[in-house]
Design a protein around this ligand. Structure first.
Ligand SMILES: [Zn+2]
Length: 327
C-alpha cells in the first residue's frame, strides 16, 4: 500500500507538472484545461488510511451504533429533548469519460448488487485514447474510451448514464456560441438515449472547476433536458446541493480522504438528510491502483443498514421538488 501511495503521489506530481507544462507552452488557453481529465487537480494532502475491509458496527447501546434510532447529543438542539426525526443518509457515485475501466467497475457493482453509480460519457469520442494522461507514469493506454459498439452492446445496461458533452470541450470558451453549447450537450443526450434508452436529465461539467458560468447554466436548462450538473469542487461535506446545476461532490475517488470520509459518514447521526457523493474516472483506478479501495467502499456502503444507495439521477428525482436546478 505504501508503494501504491508513493506511486500515486508521484503520479499526481507528474500530472501536475504535465498540466503546468502544457499551460506554459501553449499560453494556457482554456481549451488546454478542458482537455484535462477532471481528477488531475492535486488531491488533499492528508494522512492516508489504508483500505481495509470494513466490519459492520455491532448492535450495542452506543449511540453511534444505531444512528437511525438515537441521534447523538451534538446533533440535537436540546440534548435533553427526545429526538423525533433522523435524517436520511444517501450514497452516490459517478465516473466520467466512459473509459474502458467502466466494465470492471460494473463487474464489482454487480458482485455487491448495487447500481448507485452514474456514468457520464462523451459520445463524440468513441474509442479515443488520451495517451498523454498516463504517459508520465508509463501507462499510455490508461485513458482509453469505450467504442460505440462496446456501449451499444449493453455494457451500461441497468446503470445510469448521463451527459459529459460530445467532445469534452471547454464550455466556458464557447459560452457565447449557444448553438455549439446546445449541440455538445443536447446531441450527447440524444446519442445516449439512442444507445441506452435513457433520456438523460443530468451531466458532469467537462474540465476542471470552475468549468461553467451562470450563462451556460441558463443556456443548458432552457435548451436541453439536463437539470443537474456535477462539478469537480470537492466539499468534504455531506450537505445536499443548494442548486442541482452546481452539484458539488463530497470528494474524488483518488482523494486520500475517501475512506476517512466514508467511515465518518457511516457514524453520523444528523437530523437533516445527508449525502456522501464520490466522483472520479475509471482510469484512475488503474493509474493509482485503487481497485481494492473502490471495492472496499462499495462493500462498506452496500452492507451498511442505514445508507440509501442511489444513482445521481435517482437522487435528483427524489429532491427535484425541494432543490432548484438553478440557484
Ligand atoms: Zn471528463
Amino acid at each position: 500500500m505504501k508503494d501504491s501511495y508513493r506511486r500515486r503521489l508521484s503520479c499526481l506530481f507528474l500530472s501536475s507538472l504535465l498540466l503546468l507544462g502544457s499551460c506554459f507552452v501553449s499560453g494556457c488557453t482554456k481549451e488546454d484545461v478542458s482537455q484535462t481529465p477532471e481528477s488531475l487537480a492535486p488531491t488533499q494532502a492528508a494522512t492516508r488510511v489504508p483500505a481495509k475491509t470494513p466490519t459492520k458496527a455491532p448492535a450495542t447501546s452506543k449511540p453511534t451504533a444505531k444512528p437511525t434510532v438515537k441521534p447523538t447529543a451534538q446533533t440535537t438542539a436540546n440534548p435533553t429533548a427526545t429526538p423525533t426525526k433522523t435524517g436520511k443518509k444517501y450514497f452516490t457515485m459517478s465516473f466520467d469519460d466512459g473509459t474502458v475501466q467502466d466494465k470492471r467497475i460494473i463487474q464489482i457493482l454487480k458482485k455487491y448488487k448495487v447500481d448507485c453509480v452514474t456514468f457520464f460519457i462523451n459520445t463524440g469520442l468513441y474509442g479515443a485514447k488520451w495517451s498523454w494522461v498516463g504517459e508520465s507514469a508509463g501507462m499510455p493506454d490508461v485513458h482509453t474510451r469505450l467504442t460505440e459498439a462496446e456501449i451499444r452492446s449493453g455494457i451500461y445496461k441497468g446503470y445510469d448514464v448521463a451527459v459529459h458533452t460530445l467532445t469534452h470541450p471547454s464550455l466556458i470558451d464557447c459560452e457565447n456560441d449557444k448553438v455549439r453549447v446546445l449541440k455538445e450537450v443536447g446531441n450527447d443526450a440524444t446519442n445516449i438515449k439512442s444507445l441506452t434508452g435513457i433520456q438523460p436529465v443530468g451531466m458532469a461539467w467537462p474540465g476542471v472547476h470552475p468549468a461553467y458560468t451562470k450563462n451556460l447554466i441558463n443556456t443548458i436548462v432552457q435548451g436541453t433536458t439536463v437539470r443537474f450538473a456535477r462539478t469537480t469542487k470537492d466539499t468534504s461535506s455531506y450537505r445536499l446541493p443548494a442548486a442541482f446545476m452546481e452539484w458539488h461532490p463530497t470528494c474524488s475517488m483518488s482523494s486520500s480522504m475517501l475512506m476517512p470520509l466514508a467511515k465518518r459518514f457511516l457514524k453520523r447521526t444528523d437530523t437533516e438528510d445527508t449525502l456522501f457523493y464520490v466522483w472520479g474516472h475509471g482510469y484512475e483506478l488503474d493509474l493509482y491502483d485503487l481497485w481494492d479501495e473502490f471495492e472496499a467502499l462499495i462493500k462498506m456502503m452496500s452492507e451498511a443498514d442505514n445508507i440509501i444507495l442511489v444513482s445521481n439521477t435517482e437522487f435528483y428525482k427524489l429532491y427535484k421538488n425541494k432543490i432548484p436546478s438553478v440557484a
